[in-house]
Write a protein that binds this ligand. Structure first.
Ligand SMILES: Nc1nc2c(ncn2[C@@H]2O[C@H](COP(=O)(O)OP(=O)(O)O)[C@@H](O)[C@H]2O)c(=O)[nH]1
Ligand SMILES: [Mg+2]
Length: 475
């Protein structure tokens, strides 16, 4: 009979993923491809354990059990330390049921996981004090602000998971945590990078991240991908999964939270950024695909906003959304290695259109004074060319903005804009959930669609209903 397997993967964020399957190879391929539903968000790095079972039921029962185990217990399993496993199990009054486990493999396997197989050793992590219970907030805070290492990494991941939770009690804890973290934030440089799928963002961020680590920085990468709110995964491209950066101990990579509206996703990213800063990451990169309003959201939470373009973009400036050009502090033309002439042409065209925007742009939208003219650079992310010139430009901008006070002003403006954005969203939600509104809404919709009342009258009726001063609806 064909065996069934239970397996454990170590993920890029330091967590362990437990799964079962009847065929290891295709399953590992699914994980490696980042297929939807197969840890595509946590990014598995390495297969660290597998066990074989005679029946599917046996495998699933064991999988469920392991899923509920503490990290210490999972690591005892991986190490094949059955004695410790029994001790840990009995201290909780439970005895691990391993009777149906036909073959445990204490040695870590290599070569089965196509991505970054054997790239690094499993982290040595302290056992958690209490199994299965949320860590108290102060211990999360201590973990995040404590020394760099696996404990910090785990505290960060737990904190971000807490921030992403939609449960009201979690939200209250999350707010408490954020308030406690806030004094430790604000020291990092926040860099936003946007561009269409396939332009080379991931390739570039990997090259830049490794370059910055070489300079002694610690780098966090967060992504906002509105498409992931629909599909649960990233659209197109993303072949490069930042393989080297994601396993580096001076880098922390967190993919886009997968649920909620853009406002919600952006809020989570904004908060995750604070966690990274409190943990001492001094460069935080927020990546977004050029879809919908996500660039505006990213520009609204970063100190510098970089737009990535392809060399042929200059041929058709219509293709570049004007609004995005207006908020760019720097435009980089990637893949200059493919066609140097096209890249140079694009550079000239984008430079002149940026200059025009600078002269005629809406002053309310313009984030640039006479001191900084948005620049255009050519790079090749693939060959790592232009990364140092890029960083020199970023550093120049950062120093200029810090000295002239614009950095602080930008952050203040962002925080207040964000507060109002959240108030608007909260009011809208409260409005929609109000019983009087819910009761009246179907009728108002029907009346508006049928042309019986004006849309503005319907809106007023609904607002009055929410304020519970509802006089008879105006017909
Ligand atoms: N020739 C060339 N190819 C590149 C360059 N940067 C990225 N690519 C390739 O473009 C594709 C998309 O890159 P990726 O980083 O996933 O793009 P993203 O969707 O913007 O994150 C990949 O196949 C990369 O290898 C570059 O500078 N030159
Ligand atoms: Mg990408």
């Amino acid at each position: 009979m064909r065996p069934f397997y239970v397996y454990i993967l170590r993920c890029a964020d330091g967590s362990y993923y437990v799964g079962h399957t009847d065929d290891m190879d295709p399953r590992m391929q699914q994980h490696a491809n980042g297929d939807i539903g197969y840890t595509s968000l946590r990014k598995p790095v390495e297969l660290v354990w597998q066990g074989e079972f005679e029946t599917r039921e046996g495998a699933i029962a064991f999988e469920q059990q392991v899923k509920g185990w503490s990290r210490a217990k999972k690591e005892a399993l991986m190490a094949g330390d059955w004695e410790r496993l029994q001790v840990l199990a009995s201290s909780r009054g439970k005895v691990a049921d391993v009777s149906r486990l036909r073959q445990a493999q204490p040695e870590r396997l290599s070569g089965r996981m196509p991505i970054a197989a054997g790239a690094c050793t499993p982290p040595t992590v302290q056992p958690e004090p209490v199994e299965g219970q949320p860590k108290p907030l102060h211990s999360l805070l201590d973990g995040i602000t404590g020394p760099a290492g696996p404990i910090q990494r785990r505290a960060m991941s737990k904190a971000i998971t807490l921030l992403e939770s939609t449960r009201a009690d979690h939200r209250a804890q999350a707010d408490e945590l954020l308030t406690a973290l806030l004094p430790h934030t604000g020291q990092a440089f926040r860099l936003g990078i946007s561009g269409v799928p396939g332009v080379g963002k991931s390739t570039f961020i990997e090259a830049l991240g490794l370059y910055l680590i070489g300079l002694g920085h610690r780098v966090a990468v967060l992504t906002i991908d509105p498409s992931s709110t629909v599909s649960g995964g990233s659209i197109l491209g993303d072949k490069t999964r930042m393989e080297h950066l994601s396993v580096h101990d001076k880098a922390y990579i967190r993919p886009s939270p997968s649920s909620g509206t853009l406002g919600g996703v952006a809020e989570k990213t904004r908060e995750a950024m604070l966690v990274c800063e409190a943990a001492g990451y001094d460069v935080v990169i927020v990546e977004t695909v050029g879809v919908g309003q996500s660039e505006i959201a990213v520009a609204g939470m970063t100190d510098m906003f970089v737009l990535m373009q392809l060399p042929n973009a200059g041929d058709d400036l219509q293709a570049i959304k004007k609004g995005v050009m207006e908020i760019a502090d720097l435009v980089v033309i990637n893949k200059a290695d493919i066609d140097k002439n096209a890249a140079t042409r694009a550079e000239a065209q984008i430079t002149s259109s940026l200059r025009l925007l600078g002269m005629h742009g809406n002053p309310d939208h313009a984030t640039h004074g006479a001191l900084w003219q948005p620049r255009v650079l050519q790079i090749s992310a693939l060959l790592g060319q232009g990364v140092d010139a890029f960083w020199t430009t970023v550093a120049l901008f950062r120093d200029m903005q810090s000295t002239n006070g614009r950095l602080a002003a930008r952050r203040e403006k962002q925080s207040l804009a964000w507060m109002w954005e959240r108030i608007d969203a909260g009011l809208k939600l409260a409005f929609r959930q109000h019983p009087a509104v819910q009761e009246l809404l179907p009728q108002m919709r029907a009346d508006v669609i049928a042309g019986r009342i004006a849309a503005s009258t319907a809106a007023r009726n609904l607002l009055l209903a929410q304020a519970q001063q509802a006089p008879p609806a105006i017909k």
